[in-house]
Design a protein around this ligand. Structure first.
Ligand code: PLP
Length: 451
């Protein structure tokens, strides 16, 4: 598509390098420029309406026009637009939000450290755990085990925990402290005749073997998204988390639950740790915490880790980690308001109810010759395409069908996201039944076009 050089698209192509974008492909197509939002809809610069079926980047829980969040930001900007938290400075919204997070998250999580993004939060987790293990006298215990297809961010350290080759390629990642075990995807990797429980046993045994091979004294933590998001909405098989948790406990390996996508209702419970029976030592939150109206993430962690770090501050020196905008007052004020709205409107129950309707609607495609699996939990789902239903073979190039469906969706006014061979659904938590039905209708039109 050709764009006039002085159009927004032309200037975008001239001046920007986009995140997570193929630069040459982008030069050919230009951006889809979004100019405004209303509820679950966004509108492009020609006025065309789209249902944002991925809530931005799995994140805009309250939709694109929540005035209370805007007002909370404005109030805070008037009151105190900036103050940092370094060297014992403080401000009210960060204190209130930390208190709220400790109260609402699963028990055993007692302290909060704020960052600006999920990637920074996971970098922070790595540094906190290293500092903690240094402080309590086990400096060898430093390795992190993540999972293939796990997504934990994009910075050098968090990007190393991510298990998606496309995020490593060309960047000399992963760094050597990171290891990866298998993706818990029963439909694709379960053996013939193996039950979900048996498959989970096999994955727990694989983790145990890795810990033993590396040496338990060198393995600090296991990190996982309770339900994998960016890797393709992969729902853990029955029994998976309790079995993984038991292995971690046996070898004194900390459990990090990365709920950057899952947290605040996405899986139909406030936190996915409740959905899957996980008792993490560290919980990572971001995205829906402010509906992404402001950049904010939080690491919520146990008192034992806090005490180790606090003791370490006396012996190793100051916990010398943090960012200029860690716990920014405007972001934390918006976070407080966002959580209030999620609670007041009971959007967690809405996510469970709307998710059922979405997943029932998508289930009609189970018998489609090009569909391998329809999966999901709460208000997050995926449809995975196959070139051969019997062998579950994908496409060459990978994602060919999913890309075609996504493009057709965009044509029909529905924004989704592709991961591997799957298209992913993660609409705002505020979505109504009529809007889900309209989303499904637009998806139907796209499927008819694509195949
Ligand atoms: N962790 C998970 C589970 C994520 O899904 C993401 C982003 O999608 C991140 C971490 C990284 O967050 P950010 O993009 O804010 O750095």
């Amino acid at each position: 598509m050709t764009h006039l050089p002085n159009s927004l698209q032309g200037r975008d192509i001239t001046y920007l390098l986009h995140p997570v974008t193929n630069a040459r492909a982008h030069e050919r197509t230009g951006p889809l420029v979004i100019t405004r939002g209303e509820g679950v809809h966004v509108f492009d610069d020609s006025g065309k309406d789209y249902i944002e079926g991925l809530a931005g980047l799995w994140s805009v829980a309250l939709g694109f026009s929540e005035k209370r969040l805007v007002e909370a930001a404005i109030r805070q900007l008037h009151q105190l637009p900036y103050m940092h938290l370094f060297a014992s400075k403080g401000h009210e919204p960060s204190i209130l939000l930390a208190e709220k997070l400790v109260q609402m998250t699963p028990k055993g999580l007692d302290r909060v450290h704020f960052t600006n993004s999920g990637s920074e939060a996971n970098d922070t987790v790595i540094k906190m755990v290293w500092f903690y293990n240094n402080a309590i006298g086990r400096p060898e215990k430093k390795k992190f085990i993540g999972r293939i297809k796990g997504y934990h961010g994009i910075t050098i350290a968090a990007g190393s925990l991510t298990g998606i080759p496309a995020n490593h390629k060309g960047f000399d990642l992963p760094l050597d402290f990171a290891r990866h075990v298998s993706t818990p995807h029963y439909w694709r990797f379960g053996h013939e005749g193996e039950t979900e429980d048996q498959y989970s046993d096999r994955l727990a045994a694989e983790l145990e073997e890795m810990i033993l091979t590396e040496g338990p004294d060198t393995v600090a933590a296991f990190i996982g998204e309770p339900l994998m998001g960016a890797g393709g909405v992969i729902v853990p098989p029955r029994g998976y988390w309790p079995k993984i948790q038991a292995v971690c406990r046996k070898y004194d390996v900390l459990i990090v639950a990365d709920e950057v996508i899952n947290g605040f209702g996405r899986t139909g419970k406030m936190f996915a740790c409740e959905t899957y029976g996980i008792e993490p030592d560290i919980l990572v939150l971001s995205k829906q915490i402010t509906s992404s109206y402001q950049p904010l993430a939080a690491v919520v962690f146990s008192d034992a880790i806090y005490q180790g770090i606090a003791d370490g501050s006396e012996t190793l020196g100051t916990f010398g980690h943090g960012y200029t905008t860690s716990g920014h007052p405007v972001a934390t004020a918006v976070g407080l308001e966002c959580i209030s709205i999620i609670e007041e409107r009971d959007l967690v129950s809405n996510a469970a109810r709307m998710g059922r309707i979405l997943r029932e609607g998508l289930a009609r495609y189970k018998d489609h010759p090009m569909v391998g699996e329809v999966r999901g939990e709460g208000l997050i789902a995926a449809v995975e395409f196959v070139s051969d239903k019997a062998t579950k073979a994908g496409f060459q190039p990978v994602g060919l069908a999913a890309q075609a469906v996504m493009a057709a969706c965009q044509h029909h006014g529905l924004i989704l996201r592709v991961s591997g061979e799957a298209v992913c659904f993660c609409p705002p938590l505020i979505i109504t039944e009529d809007e889900i039905r309209e989303l499904l209708h637009r998806f139907d039109l796209a499927m008819t076009d694509a195949f």
